[in-house]
Design a protein around this ligand. Structure first.
Ligand SMILES: [Zn+2]
Length: 154
């Protein structure tokens, strides 16, 4: 099974990248105050601070060094030994981490721009926030970059 992650507050962008790839990822800013590290037992904690590395040593957090979210993702790929088989791209809401579910095209006509409705035939929605996703929502180009990255890993 693919690992799940808990991303510290400064790693929100990285957290969204992980969600885009399908990884169950909670982000500290979306957690009730003081409860974040409780997730450490079942999730890989990602942090940028050495203080956390020491204070939460029992959780074996992963120290992220890079500033660029894409490079940070590379660090996670290596630290967690992620493989292409772990990827479930475009299956999760970027905003709330919930798995998205397919929704009939007819039901979204009034919720998406006309050109989107005309151009795409497959839509999904987030059961929690109601956001609607279609193949063009997540920029394909970014994903190509990531796919390339994972292939290079092999
Ligand atoms: Zn959502």
């Amino acid at each position: 099974m693919a690992p799940a992650f808990a991303a510290e507050r400064t790693l929100g962008k990285l957290g969204k990248w992980l969600r885009l790839l399908g990884f169950d990822t909670i982000i500290e800013t979306q957690c009730p105050r003081g409860r974040f590290f409780e997730h450490g037992g079942s999730r890989i904690v990602l942090t940028r601070t050495r203080r956390v590395m020491t204070a939460q040593a029992a959780l074996k957090p992963v120290l992220i060094r890079a500033n660029d979210p894409f490079e940070q993702l590379g660090e996670v790929v290596r630290a967690a030994a992620l493989t292409p088989e772990d990827l479930r791209p475009f299956t999760r809401c970027l905003r709330c981490n919930e798995p998205i579910v397919p929704v009939p095209k007819a039901e979204v006509q009034r919720s998406v721009p006309d050109y989107v409705w005309q151009r795409y035939s497959e839509f999904s929605t987030c059961p929690r926030c109601g956001r609607i996703y279609w193949p063009g929502t997540h920029t394909t180009r970014s994903f190509e970059k990531i796919a390339e990255y994972f292939n290079l890993k092999d």
